[in-house]
Write a protein that binds this ligand. Structure first.
Ligand code: FES
Ligand code: FES
Length: 189
């Protein structure tokens, strides 16, 4: 079955098996390996991406269900070489140890801050319920997200980004990011 998605601002069109999970589409077809697979069963949150701006565990969604949708992965956050405020906050507050959970944590944080720009600690912890970390004890991660909520408001702040840069998925031949027949994800913008 042929699907077309907007992935980090680029159109990716490809034939997929109906059973292919979105996380495997992202990693194996689009070759964006920043999205991790921890459990493959919806428990760990390592595979979290944004679909239409909402945090989604991509191991719980079929690629065909993403047809026509905007998807943002961890690779889509940095803008022109500059880290997204949430990425900077994770570095500044030491929210990373082994890093396996980090892409999923950051994508969940982005979804949270897009809907609640100044969350309470409780709201941060609630938003991370579906994301497991084996290393940090969560304290630095929560600190990082609270810190991110105070950063860089002059540039759109942590609410920036989880949007495809060229707008929504186009279906006409004039779509500037359109790749015909093959994957055109690239690695960044
Ligand atoms: S790999 Fe998707 S929730 Fe663990
Ligand atoms: S930093 Fe290692 S699992 Fe979270």
């Amino acid at each position: 079955m042929r699907i077309r998605v907007r992935l980090n601002g680029r159109t990716v069109e490809h034939d997929v098996e109906p059973r292919l999970l979105l996380v495997h589409f992202i990693r194996q077809v689009a070759r964006l390996t920043g999205t991790h697979v921890g459990c493959d069963t919806g428990n760990c949150g390592a595979c979290t991406v944004l679909v239409e701006g909402k945090a989604v565990k991509s191991c719980l969604m079929l690629a065909v269900q993403a047809d026509g949708k905007d998807i943002v992965t961890i690779e889509g956050l940095a803008n022109g070489g500059g880290l997204h405020p949430v990425q900077r906050a994770f570095i500044e507050k030491f929210g990373v140890q082994c890093g396996y959970c980090t892409p999923g944590m950051i994508m969940s944080a982005c979804a949270l801050l897009a809907s609640i720009p100044s969350p309470s600690e409780f709201e941060v912890r609630e938003a991370l319920e579906g994301n497991l970390c084996m290393c940090t004890g969560y304290e630095q991660i929560v600190d990082a997200i609270l810190h991110a909520s105070t950063l860089d408001r002059g540039h759109g702040g942590p609410r920036r980004a989880p949007q495809a840069p060229h707008g929504r998925l186009g279906h006409g031949p004039g779509d500037p990011g359109r790749a015909s027949g093959t994957t055109e994800a690239g690695h960044g913008r």
